[in-house]
Design a protein around this ligand. Structure first.
Ligand code: ATP
Ligand code: MG
Length: 180
C-alpha cells in the first residue's frame, strides 16, 4: 500500500484545490518557513481521523479551514482526499485504489468518505487499523515528536521502536499469557 496522491481544498493555507502526486521512492517537500509544508502532514493526520486539534496545531476544529488573507475571503469548508494504491490488498476492501476523504464545514458538520461513499470516522479507523499508517501510528512524526525521541532515555526510546515495529502488541499478549 502506498500514498500516491492527495488533494486539498480549503485546508489551512491551501485555499484553492491543490493536488500533490507522490511517485515511488522518497518525496521531499521543501519551501520557506511558513509556506505550508507542515500543513501537508497535518492534512494527512486529519484525514486519518486526528480529533485532537492541538495535534494539528490549532485551537478549535475550524482552524483547519482556510481563514482568508487580506486579498482572499475565507473558505466555508476544508476538504482533503488521500489516494492509496491498494493493489497489494493491505486494506481489506476489494479496490486497487482507495480514496479516503474528510470534509468539515464552518457550521461544524463533518463528512467522511471511503471511495466517495459516505461513512463514519470509525470506518476509516477500522480500515487502517493494524496497517501501520492509521491513527497513533509512527507513519506521521511531527517535529516535536522527533525532539522527544532524540531526547528520551534509552529505555523509553526502545518502547518507541517496539511500537513502530509492531512488537508491543505481542509483548502485551505475552505478559497476559504469563499471568495465566
Ligand atoms: P516551517 O518551515 O517554519 O516549519 P512550514 O512550511 O511547515 O514552515 P506551515 O506551518 O505548514 O509552514 O504553514 C504555516 C502557514 O499556514 C502560516 O502562514 C499560517 O498562517 C498558515 N495557516 C495555518 N492555518 C491556516 C488557516 N486556517 N488559514 C489560512 N492560513 C493558515
Ligand atoms: Mg513546519
Amino acid at each position: 500500500m502506498r500514498l500516491v496522491k492527495m488533494e486539498l481544498r480549503g485546508f489551512k493555507s491551501f485555499a484553492d484545490k491543490t493536488t500533490l502526486v507522490f511517485d515511488k521512492g522518497i518525496t521531499a517537500i521543501v519551501g520557506p518557513n511558513g509556506s505550508g509544508k507542515s500543513n501537508i502532514s497535518d492534512a494527512v493526520r486529519w484525514v486519518m481521523g486526528e480529533q485532537n486539534v492541538r495535534q494539528l496545531r490549532g485551537q478549535k476544529a475550524e482552524d483547519v479551514i482556510f481563514a482568508g488573507t487580506e486579498r482572499r475571503r475565507p473558505q466555508g469548508a476544508a476538504e482533503v482526499s488521500l489516494y492509496f494504491d491498494n493493489s497489494d490488498g493491505t486494506l481489506d476492501v476489494d479496490f486497487a485504489e482507495v480514496v479516503v476523504t474528510r470534509r468539515l464545514f464552518r457550521s461544524g458538520d463533518s463528512e467522511y468518505y471511503i471511495n466517495k461513499r459516505p461513512c463514519r470516522m470509525k470506518d476509516i479507523h477500522m480500515l487502517f487499523a493494524d496497517t501501520g499508517i492509521g491513527q497513533d501510528s509512527m507513519a506521521v512524526i511531527g517535529q516535536n515528536r522527533v525532539d522527544r525521541i532524540l531526547n528520551s532515555k534509552p529505555e523509553d526510546r526502545r518502547i518507541i521502536f517496539e511500537e513502530a515495529a509492531g512488537i508491543s502488541r505481542y509483548k502485551g499478549r505475552k505478559q497476559e499469557g504469563l499471568r495465566k
